[in-house]
Write a protein that binds this ligand. Structure first.
Ligand code: NAP
Length: 294
């Protein structure tokens, strides 16, 4: 059996087309243009490319976007002042501070300074708490994107054994929480694995759905999964450079081997990645609506 490929690129395209219509309607009927600001401190090439992709996507959808790049030496105080400025700026509905920040800046302090109503990354404790309680909030973009892949691909999650590998605050913990909630793409029985997990193979082997967010290239192999599993591979690992100088990427799952056993699998690239940016746009549009009570 060769798995159905769950193309995040195609699903993201579908959602972006819906957002384009929604943004146009907001402008036409309510005179609203959603606004996003991305703030990058320093010149890390990967972060630069993420930020520029976010601004390009926003622009393509008709979302007003501003890109601020600050010197790597920028002080925490100056960054906090900038966040406060955008908290008060009516043109801006979403504030994204690109992570990681330089070591001299306290990431938590900066993320907590963002107005929760503009926290389109969904990292502020107010939004994290609301998410845990299953209340309306901004969901973190990568887990939100995973839910959309599952929903739009018709993957049955109710009663499924879901094994999440990786317990980060941005992927593992939130997706584990979301999938056990009483909601669409939820109601699963969730196991969350990490480096201290004993007998990882036993957990993986009984999983109906595996979500890998580890950061180790090709870690999960075909002999560790059961026939018919659905695999969501969040990992983005640079494993080489092509002749044209582009990074060669691999997921956390050995795609070639596992696709022969799985019922469905997301590729890397072209799986979860495009969904993350798209859900940021969705959150920004949601923020603009909420700001005007629509
Ligand atoms: P992270 O903060 O580094 O967390 C990695 C998690 O994996 C940790 O909980 C760690 O366990 C666990 N882990 C590491 N090695 C393991 C092993 N051998 N066995 C079991 N667990 C192991 O990573 P992250 O930010 O969640 O990102 C994970 C991957 O997803 C990375 O490749 C990242 O680039 C990618 N990512 C992709 C997107 C996207 O949009 N596609 C978004 C975010 C992240 P401990 O807690 O015990 O250390």
């Amino acid at each position: 059996m060769s798995a159905k490929i769950l193309s995040g690129t195609e699903i993201a395209k579908e959602i972006r087309a819906e957002l384009q219509v929604e943004v146009a309607e907001l402008k036409e009927k309510h005179g609203i243009v959603p606004g996003l600001v991305t703030i990058l401190v320093g010149e890390d090439p990967a972060s630069q490319s993420y930020v520029s992709a976010k601004n390009k996507t926003a622009h393509a959808l008709g979302i007003h976007s501003e890109q601020v790049t600050l010197d790597v030496e920028t002080s925490e105080e100056d960054l906090l002042a900038l966040v406060t400025k955008y908290n008060k700026d009516d043109k801006i509905n979403g504030i994204l501070v690109q992570l990681p920040l330089p070591k001299h800046i306290n990431e938590g302090k900066v993320l907590f300074a963002i107005d929760p109503a503009k926290d389109v990354d969904g990292f502020h404790p107010v939004n994290v708490g609301k998410m845990m309680l299953g209340e309306q909030c901004f969901l973190p973009c990568t887990p939100h994107g995973i839910l959309e892949i599952l929903k739009r691909s018709g993957v049955e999650t109710s009663g499924a054994e879901v094994v999440v590998v990786g317990r980060s605050n941005i992927v593992g913990k939130p997706i584990a929480n979301l999938m056990l909630q009483k909601r669409e793409a939820g109601n699963a029985t969730v196991t969350l694995c990490h480096t201290r997990t004993k007998n990882m193979d036993a957990h993986l082997k009984r999983a109906d759905i595996i979500i890998a967010a580890v950061g180790v290239a090709n870690m999960i192999k075909a002999n560790q999964v059961k026939e018919g599993v659905v695999v969501i591979d969040v990992g983005v690992n640079r494993v080489g450079v092509s002749e044209s100088g582009k990074a060669i990427l691999a997921g956390d799952v050995d795609f070639e081997g596992v696709k022969e056993k799985a019922a469905a699998i997301t590729p890397v690239p072209g799986g979860v990645g495009p969904m993350t940016i798209t859900m940021l746009m969705k959150n920004t549009v949601q923020a603009a609506r909420q700001a005007k009570g629509i």
